[in-house]
Design a protein around this ligand. Structure first.
Ligand SMILES: Cc1cc2nc3c(=O)[nH]c(=O)nc-3n(C[C@H](O)[C@H](O)[C@H](O)COP(=O)(O)OP(=O)(O)OC[C@H]3O[C@@H](n4cnc5c(N)ncnc54)[C@H](O)[C@@H]3O)c2cc1C
Length: 470
């Protein structure tokens, strides 16, 4: 049935006000775009973008959508890399960024944030209370707290050190796909035992409800010491990570890595001398200045037992900022030189080296583009390998970009399946549905489909993401 966009605009205006509804082609095109590196198509364009002010308006929009059987796509900042954020059908697109209030309650031990608050803003507010947000996505200036909680990613933070958002979220307000509003969890710092729905919605990737409000435990800001270690080969770094787990060395907050080629690009871009080495950088945390120094010293002792060329504590803030930027901006630096697409491989720790080299070999043997180069970096201590398929030009057709994305994703997921990995950061649906089925099997997938049907009988929310999209 044809959708009357003018009528939809009028109906949405009654709910959110005329300043918060858009339906012009230019705005729809911008909102349909996500971080994937091939173009959107006509069927990805929303009918209208609607910017609600809170749970009550979200609820009215979803009740309307159910009445009209119209899909609704939830939009945080659309920075998702695995295709979640790109609408798969024409739809109402819910932009949550008006919902951006952050309130800290130190006397209760938690803070509350509306879903559209940017991660960066949440961190700034928490810092005023000497509290930390244990989530460090590379997209922090744009990504929303609702987006990262809905994907349940901790990103740069090593799971073994701090856990994932699901370990810190005390409660949520969720608008179900049918429009009912649900409060989960607790206002106590003691999380409920037993069957508890907070965890169901944390990491639900927008399939089961719209998260509008998030309550998270306050974590005191730790003291931190930074370490950089240089290695002759990438294998030396991979062996070090394996040993860290085998010897049960407490995991640092961050343990990042650049292979030799990426280190050259990154170091030169930030004005550091290229040392022709593979670089590992760590941040050690502890809640006392003396304690953190001791922990850093014993971590250095552990590193020296491996095979580094050089290891040191970096006290100088300017130097650390440069070293850190060489890694955190590595993707951007690479994209200045050409075009790259990235994968996420999270193998079993004891298979890290095998998975790493298989990822490299896959890039050399790509069929959709002959002999691209490989640049690898990532949150190696987690472990996450972000291997990049790099082409030294920006002149690549849309068809080739799409073919590279699909081939690379499929082949990399084979490495994840082979070596016991999961969707450690980017989630498991949208482009990753074939992987989800391969990894967990049809019974698991059917369970998810049935769960979705129970909560979303008309398949309103993020339609297409669970069906899989390639
Ligand atoms: C340069 C760059 C660096 C990145 N670095 C990292 C990294 O280090 N680690 C990492 O894990 N990821 C990284 N990402 C990916 C991305 O930033 C994260 O996945 C982030 O969690 C997405 O947040 P978002 O607000 O953009 O959500 P979106 O991309 O808008 O949404 C993601 C999914 O969640 C759903 N959703 C969003 N908000 C809600 C809500 N309130 N309720 C229910 N569902 C919702 C959406 O519908 C979608 O399905 C990076 C991306 C870029 C572009």
């Amino acid at each position: 049935m044809a959708v009357r966009v003018d009528k939809l605009e009028r109906d949405m205006t009654k709910i959110v006000g005329k300043d918060h509804v858009f339906a012009d082609k230019a705005t729809m095109t911008v909102y349909a775009q996500d971080a994937l590196f091939f173009d959107i198509e006509e069927h990805n364009l929303p009918y209208a973008v609607v910017r609600p002010s809170g749970a009550e308006e979200v609820s009215r929009i979803l009740k309307y959508a159910n009445e009209k059987l119209m899909p609704v796509h939830i939009h945080g900042a659309a920075s998702s890399i695995a295709g979640h954020a790109r609408p798969k059908t024409n739809c109402i697109l819910l932009d949550l960024k008006r919902m951006n209030k952050v309130q800290v309650f130190p006397e209760r031990g938690y803070f509350e944030a509306e879903a559209g608050a940017r991660v960066w803003e949440v961190r700034k507010v928490l810092a005023q209370y000497s509290a930390m947000l244990p989530i460090f996505v590379g997209s922090e200036p744009i990504a929303t707290i609702g987006g990262v909680v809905s994907v349940n990613t901790s990103a740069h933070v090593i799971d073994a050190a701090f856990g994932k958002p699901a370990d810190f979220v005390l409660g949520l307000k969720v608008v179900l796909p049918t429009g009912e509003v649900l409060d989960t969890g607790t206002q106590s710092t003691r999380r409920p035992a037993g069957v508890e729905l907070t965890k169901l919605f944390t990491g639900a990737e927008g399939l089961l409800g719209v998260v509008t409000d998030i309550r998270m435990r306050l974590i005191p800001l730790p003291d931190v010491e930074h370490i950089v270690a240089y290695y002759k080969t990438e294998d030396d770094v991979l062996d070090t990570v394996k040993e860290m787990y085998r010897q049960r060395i407490p995991a640092p907050l961050f343990f990042e890595f650049l292979d030799r080629k990426s280190a050259k690009v990154g170091f030169e871009a930030v004005g550091l001398k290229d040392l022709h080495a593979s670089v590992a950088m760590m941040s050690i945390h502890c809640w006392s200045k003396v304690g953190v120094r001791e922990k850093a010293n014993s971590f250095i002792e552990f590193l020296e037992g491996g095979n580094p060329v050089n290891v040191k504590v970096v006290d100088n803030e300017e130097e650390w900022n440069k070293i850190w930027s060489s890694r955190s901006e590595a993707g951007n630096f690479l994209n200045r030189l050409g075009t790259s697409w990235v994968c996420e491989v999270t193998p079993r720790v004891d298979k890290l080296k095998d998975a790493y080299h298989e990822a490299e070999a896959l890039i050399s043997n790509m069929e959709s583009y002959k002999s691209p180069e490989n640049y690898t970096f990532g949150h190696i201590g987690a472990p996450t390998i972000h291997a990049h398929c790099f082409i030294p030009t920006k002149e690549i057709s849309n068809e080739v970009r799409k073919a590279i994305t699909i081939e690379f994703m499929e082949k990399m997921e084979g490495v994840n399946v082979k070596y016991g990995g999961c969707g450690g950061e980017w989630g498991l649906t949208a482009l990753r549905v074939p992987f989800l089925k391969k990894k967990y099997g049809e019974v698991y997938y059917r369970l998810l489909v049935n769960l979705k049907k129970t909560l979303d009988p008309n398949n309103i929310l993020d339609r297409g993401n669970l069906e899989g999209w390639i």
